[in-house]
Design a protein around this ligand. Structure first.
Ligand code: MN
Length: 258
């Protein structure tokens, strides 16, 4: 499971491969372009197919998820989540969403997220990609209570919190996966420019993010690496190497928490 067989050139650590019409072709594309890709899922029912399709992939890993925006309808699938968790090293998409459309299910979301964290803490060694829309402080409170750092590693995906929340997250060991859409928003660009260099990863969050009018594909993270490099005033190859080595460090520290 270490990324040593063939070094990845790029990292897309949050992409919904199973929501593209050409899921299998996309896996082959990630392998061909050497993109270390985390295929996140939104419901535990999607786990077996995602797992099977990525079984022989060099660079695609699959995460077991229960998306906070689906919790209202799918809380009962937590049983399935708990059943599959022992075979999943990666977990996501999970988290909390307090935006107006999903606020009504917030209590259920908190119940589910607590259970996800408790199960991950018990098993150890998991890497989670976490959604925190309008709920960063609440997410961090849950992590402090439910998944103290040695029990699991956390990537905050599409982070849109405040600078103080970013500092708090970094202090407890969180990573941040940055996508092209975040870099379109001045306040988020500013935030990304201040994140610790050793916690940066990249993602597409495709197909929800588009590029040139079409769902973005994992190899397009190359553009995000270029933009990150210019935003943080570093050569592109230094930034590219940094992101791959951050991924190695993340995977290694999760393994040591087993
Ligand atoms: Mn997502």
């Amino acid at each position: 499971m270490k990324y040593t067989a063939e070094q990845p050139h790029l990292v897309d650590f949050h992409c919904h491969l199973d929501l593209y019409p050409d899921h299998e072709a996309l896996i082959a594309e990630c392998d061909q372009a050497c993109v270390a890709t985390l295929a996140v899922t939104t419901t535990p029912k999607a786990w077996p197919r995602n797992r099977d399709l990525a079984q022989t992939s060099t660079h695609v890993r699959v995460a077991l998820g229960l998306h906070p925006q689906l919790v209202a309808a799918r809380e009962s699938e937590m049983l399935l989540f708990e059943r599959y968790l022992p075979e999943a090293r990666y977990v996501g998409e999970v988290g909390l969403d307090a935006s107006p459309r999903y606020f009504r299910s917030f209590e259920a979301q908190e119940r589910v997220f607590s259970r996800v964290l408790a199960a991950c803490a018990e098993q150890g060694g998991k890497i989670l990609t976490v959604h925190s829309v309008r709920a960063v402080s609440k997410v961090l409170n849950h992590l402090d209570r439910g998944l103290p750092p040695p029990r699991g590693q956390v990537i905050l995906h599409w982070f849109t919190g405040t600078a103080a929340e970013a500092r708090r997250a970094a202090e407890r060991g969180c990573y941040f996966s940055i996508n092209s859409q975040m870099l379109r928003v001045p306040r988020h660009r500013q935030l990304v420019s201040c994140l610790p260099a050793d916690r940066l990863l990249t993602e597409t969050d495709g197909p929800f993010v588009q590029a040139k009018g079409r769902p973005i594909r994992p190899s397009a993270v190359a553009d995000t690496v270029t933009e990150l490099a210019s935003l943080r005033d570093e050569p592109v190859d230094v930034m590219a190497t940094r992101i791959v080595s951050n991924l190695h460090a993340l995977v290694a520290s999760a393994a040591s928490g087993r």
